[in-house]
Ligand binder design. Structure first.
Ligand SMILES: [Zn+2]
Length: 143
């Protein structure tokens, strides 16, 4: 049976309690160890992400302070609202197989099976980014 590392536990700070319960149960059920790479994103982190690949004007229109505009960088988010990501409200979490392996989708599927089982047991409704029909997000779970 696997255990969440201290670093993973720290990343649960500010995450919705229902989602925390699901993740803590999933680590007991899973046959694939995982780490939490992201939980709650601070408002500042949301601004930093939105500013990448956008001009001062584009940022200002959405309430992101000018200092975050970095038009020369590649875009990392396509959200219309910079604060709409569920990570900004603590309703999402990203899980990655451990040892870290981004290429084996089977491992992400195994984690998703454990997450869904845990959510079912705890009667919490979750969505997995790997089930989305377009632009799949395999590490991503949200409520
Ligand atoms: Zn995510």
């Amino acid at each position: 049976m696997y255990k969440l590392s201290n670093r993973s536990l720290q990343r649960l700070y500010g995450v919705d309690p229902d989602l925390v319960r699901v993740v803590k149960r999933a680590i007991e059920l899973t046959s694939q160890d995982f780490i939490i790479t992201e939980g709650r994103r601070t408002r500042e982190q949301c601004c930093i992400n939105y500013g990448k690949g956008r001009t001062i004007q584009q940022c200002s229109q959405k309430g992101v302070p000018a200092k975050y505009a970095q038009p020369n960088l590649s875009k990392v988010t396509w959200l219309n609202d910079p604060f709409a990501s569920k990570h900004c409200t603590g309703k999402a979490i990203d899980l990655v197989p451990y040892p870290v392996d981004w290429n084996n989708l089977k491992k992400f599927h195994t984690i998703a099976v454990a997450m869904k089982q845990a959510a079912f047991e705890l009667r919490v409704k979750i969505k997995w980014g790997g089930d989305w029909s377009s632009s799949k997000d395999y590490p991503h779970f949200e409520i």
